[in-house]
Design a protein around this ligand. Sequence first.
Ligand code: NDP
Length: 281
Amino acid sequence: MATSQVWFITGASSGFGEAFARYALTQGHRVVATARDTGKIAALAALAPERALVQPLDVTRDGDAEAAVAAAVARFGRIDVLVNNAGYGIVGAVEETPVAELRAQMETHFFGAAAVIRAALPQLRSQRAGAIVNISSMGGQLSFAGFGAYSASKFALEGLSEALAAEVAPFGIKVLIVEPGAFRTNLAGASMKHMPELDAYRDTVGATRTFAHAMHATQAGDPAKAAAAVDRALRAAQTPLRLQLGQDALDAVRGHAEQLLCDLAAWTPVGAATAFDEAAA
Ligand code: NDP
């Protein structure tokens, strides 16, 4: 990858996106900072106006991704690192979450990211180099009561990413799925939508609602360090497919993987005994 890279970031107006943009500018890279409201990223771009391009991009709006990618290539000639970061949270039991909210969550985290990836791929393929960083979550590997909509959308993004990684590796393009734990951004504040509550879920989802409120502004994770960690993974000769960030994510994903292997081992005889008995046919 070139020493001075071009980073293209969605949702650069806050949290991780802003931290990725700041990090890349600090490293001397060129940055395409995109946001729904470009007014929110004017100050960020002013840090290095000659190396920053501000573009409007709502990942759910048809045509925005293509226009932003075209502007990026017109200005800088290439894209080295695409960071699909735009997102928001939903807290609510499955029954508490209207289908329209489920669809909206999928539109942003899954269809939105897919649209940006599809818009950027012709350029990345023509370069025969680059990286696609998809910001998932530890909730993209596991879930718990109240996070069904959020996890469903991140699981979908992870499935797409795993296939994509195999498809674009021959073109020299890396795919990195990032699974952060709790990081100090606006996700648990203005970016968290709480669904209307049903009393029946007070004991299960209630704890998640309290946790989501309490974590705001107290999360252990530092987004600036997350940006540096992602860059380190991208620069490695063997970039992993998944990168967990934060001790909470490391512990939760490890525990979940161990439980999966434990269940698989315990039920292997049952699962393995389901083939047709060809000899008896
Ligand atoms: P923030 O709320 O700080 O930032 C979210 C960003 O996404 C904002 O810039 C917001 O823009 C933008 N955004 C939301 N919807 C759209 C859209 N339709 N089109 C373009 N931009 C959009 O939260 P985070 O920085 O934490 O969130 C970034 C990503 O990190 C998300 O995908 C989230 O799921 C993921 N994540 C966060 C974790 C955490 O603990 N913070 C943990 C695991 C994953 P606007 O300013 O216009 O609202």
